[in-house]
Design a protein around this ligand. Sequence first.
Ligand code: GDG
Length: 542
Amino acid sequence: MSPKTLEIPEATSRKSDLVIVYHRQPYEEVEADDGTIRLRENSSPNGIVPTLRSFFGEVEHGAWIAWKQAEDAANPGFDRRIEIDDDFGCYTVSRLPLTPEQVRGFYHVTSKEAFWPILHSFRERYNYDPVDWPNFQEVNRAFAEAAASEAAEGAVVWVHDYNLWLVPGYLRKLRPDVKISFFHHTPFPSADLFNVLPWRREIVESLLACDIVGFHIPRYASNFVQVAHSLFDVSRTGRVTVDEALINEGTALTERSMVTGLIHDGHEVTIAATPVGVDVAYIDTCAHSIETRNQMAAIRDELGEAQLVLSVGRTDYTKGGVQQLESYERLLESRPDLRGKVRLMHVSVSANRNMEAYAEIQSEIEQVAGRINGRFGRFDWQPVVLISRAVPFDELIAYYRAADVAWITPIADGMNLVCKEFVASRVEGDGVLVLSEFAGAAVELDAAIPTNPFSHRNMDMAIAQALEMNIEERTTRMSRLRAKIDACDIRFWGDAQRRLFEGAANGDNGTPKCTLAHRRKGDIGAGARDGARPELAVVDGR
Ligand code: GDG
């Protein structure tokens, strides 16, 4: 797709009915040959950003608040507000100029070194010392001020993720009239862990200023309720039985009931659990394309008789890459018959190369992969193919289609979209998914082989079981998985959010009815997305 280029209008002073607050801008910026900066669609069309933008199709005018690095925040050298009119809708993008020190303090230190380990239950990695709390407050306040100035009377302001935890509290004081919804993309831990954070009361008080606090699954919502109860005098307004679509009997993250509302200081907050899905229609179109089929055929040709095990994720200690490679090493050690008959493609893409914790994991992954290849490899067979750069999405779909097994084994993961993308790509209905019990998706995907990354024996048995599964069981399981992800795709999630915004959920909002009977395709948050990818393009004057 070659992006078309449009004139960029002056940013309007029009107020917005929907304001999305997300730390990243909704597109990529590239420098053209003539030195101008052009905005273009994210080269990776997957992920949540296109879905969020699609909501702008449902309002007259929207706004998106993000940060953009500037050496001098007072004279950033770019337009603070720009106007976009694309296939999704009309919206202002408000870019907060943050200095490199502010970005480091707010994002790389406070969010990634202090919050991220606690959210994912890695207490030993939690680093309190370098946190500059006033910097975190200042950046969050700036996001809140920007949102306050874009929002129309009674607008919905939708804030995303833990690095913006303080935004609702500041915003509520500035704009008591707006409806504030906050969505967590990560897990939310129990009070024992969360309360390790010394800023816990300030964070939770801010979240209690929202109208809606959303999570992927009931367990995280319940943990939040427990944390709020431990820190404040809150009362609970409702409890529902979790829909069976979110119950995977006996697995680690399954929860049978959840509280759906809290009252704090006379203000009522709706608590919701709505698992994010993937764009099944889009993946289906990609998976059926001639290019994908050709790529898949070439991959299978290259593999010969060997089975392909595929693992995809960001390079992050939460994703369990090292533990997975060690399990593979044990498999090849204990099962000489598998040598030469299986290949692991381990895609581990680094998003934060300049952070020590991620550089360490990358280097450990490289060491274990190198050791496995050194110990077991032959001239005609390399047991592990390690890929550390991003694979283009259409190519990724070809690998999803070509693989025999997807091996997704995070130690902790809010949802995990990779496993859902794999299932959506399996248009022929074959293939095995091995999925960690500690990914939020595990409560939905009960036809996957569950695995426990804290147990060597369990990890080793699960991958062996997947490699040996007969065609009948594979197709039965895959058909159940596909029904699930199709019924609860990204449009379903969009619909659930919209119903929450409209306050129409009336008590059953905590448990989305993820069943085929409730499927309502195409009528929700889909904006311009029906099958085709919209083209964006705008030129930033500088
Ligand atoms: C956070 C939460 C939650 C990966 N490698 C390549 C590539 N990817 C894409 C995948 C997928 C996305 O990145 C990863 O999504 P995940 O959900 O697995 O994980 P996080 O990035 O950690 O996301 C997570 C999510 O938010 C949504 O709420 O599920 O738990 O941690 O879409 O396809 N894409 C391309 N090449 C790659 O090599 N093109």
